[in-house]
Design a protein around this ligand. Structure first.
Ligand code: 5AD
Ligand code: SF4
Length: 438
């Protein structure tokens, strides 16, 4: 009987990509993917710890999987991702969670095969997390979620230390992949049918800053990817507004392949809060950047991340966020209530905002974001947009595709369109864009 695996992924695209590597390793070892935990011989949880809620979700699922292991005693349970890298966590898990067979750190994926073999040989629980990041590992097997679009790591880690954020502690310092490796990987994928890539980094605009013997920046990578045959769309995630320099703006302006999606996390509209967050820019700078982007790409879909209730945030600070959001006119936004993360500077700030205020603020913000989203969508009515058809929309036979601005469009069409970029006329808007083949 063929052995089966399941991977459950929490968090960001970085984790999604890591899960593709875990899947790739397991498939190389003869395991086949299943969607049912009950059928699995190996189940991996790829965890996130950016907010307390993400952590709790993973822990409660782990509890459920433990129950399944009581029935299926041979089930191998793996925990990967950011949670394993929190200070003291791996050690604690090792002691408290004997039922977890593999604890795999964020830069230890290449050790999975060895660890799994040891577990299969009955050598007991295996733990490998990093203490210093080590070199970038190239050439791991992957199993892509889609045949026509790929996530591509360009820079690992983060050097920014925003005062609320756990990422620099669990993903380490910035380490860029060599441009040649990236171009080679993308060229190979494009020759196999990949039309769209998403270049990944906690801060893609920092790409190359850590090179010691050469000078090469993100804008150059964008330029060097223009000539990759078959590659039609280039996305990137996430940009730090501070590092979105003019050279990048020029490279994007010169490229028909770079999409209209501009995800620029602003976090707050108040200069006092931005300063305390250690973001390194002001609201005026951010608004200026938005202007520059709109100038080169009038169709830009600007999206953002916003935290409400950061320590010390007053009503006035919050109103400044509201004003900024209105004035940019975001196409959508991810909004979060500040969640204190142990080990980060803001955890120890004494002026924490009461939960009731956070809730009220996020509700007000979400109302505004929904209005802006409707307005943005309304403007797309009767436009013909290029969409990459990604798959089936739920179970009702329709298809779902993504515009250049990364807006989802639902349309009628044949399954053979999946993986194609086609012209779609938007005929109805609202929360969901509806279109038909043009
Ligand atoms: N609390 C709430 N939101 C957070 N984010 C990061 N850390 C925290 C935190 N401690 C948000 C930021 C970031 C997004 C990925 O998650 O907005 O851009
Ligand atoms: Fe976290 Fe800031 Fe780094 Fe983004 S840039 S991962 S918010 S520390």
């Amino acid at each position: 009987m063929q052995k089966k695996y399941q991977i459950i992924t929490f968090g960001c695209q970085m984790n999604e990509r890591d899960s593709e590597y875990i899947a790739g390793t397991l498939e190389t070892l003869g395991y086949q993917k299943t969607e049912k935990i009950q059928d699995a011989d190996v189940v991996f949880l790829n965890t996130c710890c950016i907010r307390e809620k993400a952590e709790n979700k993973a822990l409660s699922l782990l509890g459920e999987i433990r129950k399944i292991k009581k029935i299926n005693k041979d089930l191998i349970i793996g925990v990967a991702g950011c949670m394993t890298q929190q200070e003291g966590k791996a050690k604690k898990m090792k002691g408290d969670m004997k039922y977890v067979d593999i604890i795999l750190g964020t830069h230890n994926l290449h050790e999975l095969e060895r660890m799994l073999n040891l577990v299969l040989q009955g050598k007991g629980q295996q733990v490998s997390v990093w203490e210093s990041e080590g070199d970038v590992v190239e050439g791991m097997s992957d199993s892509q979620a889609y045949p026509f679009k790929s996530l591509i790591n360009v820079v690992y880690g983060c050097n920014n230390f925003c005062t609320y954020c756990i990422v620099p502690y669990v993903r380490g310092r910035e380490r860029s992949r060599e441009p040649e490796s990236i171009v080679k990987e993308i060229t190979k994928k494009a020759s196999e049918g990949v039309k769209e890539v998403m270049l990944l980094g906690q801060n893609v605009n920092s790409y190359g800053k850590d090179f010691k013997t050469r000078s090469y920046q993100f804008s150059e990578l964008i330029r060097d990817l223009q000539d990759v045959e078959g590659l039609e769309r280039i996305r990137y995630m996430t940009s730090h507004p501070r590092d979105f320099n003019d050279s990048l703006i020029e490279a994007i302006a010169a490229s028909a392949k770079v999409t209209d999606q501009f995800h620029l996390p602003v976090q707050s509209g108040s200069n006092a809060i931005l300063k305390r967050m250690n973001r390194g820019y002001t609201r005026e700078y951010y608004l200026e950047l938005v202007k520059k982007i709109k100038k080169i790409r009038p169709e830009a879909a600007l999206t953002t991340d916003i935290i409400v209730g950061f320590p010390g945030e007053t009503e006035k600070d919050f109103e400044e966020t509201i004003e900024l959001v209105k004035s940019v006119g975001f196409a959508s936004a991810f909004t979060f209530m500040y969640s204190p993360r142990k080990g980060t500077p803001a955890f120890d700030f004494t002026d924490q905002v009461p939960l009731a205020d956070k809730k009220r603020r996020i509700q007000e913000l979400n109302r505004l974001v929904s209005e802006l989203e409707l307005k943005y969508n309304k403007n797309l009515e009767n436009h013909v947009l290029k969409c990459l058809i990604e798959g089936k929309y739920k179970e009702d036979g329709k298809l779902i595709g993504k515009t250049s601005g990364y807006r989802s469009v639902v349309l009628e069409g044949d399954d053979s369109l999946i993986g194609q970029i086609v012209d779609v006329k938007i005929y109805q808007t609202g929360k969901q864009l509806l279109g038909k083949l043009a």
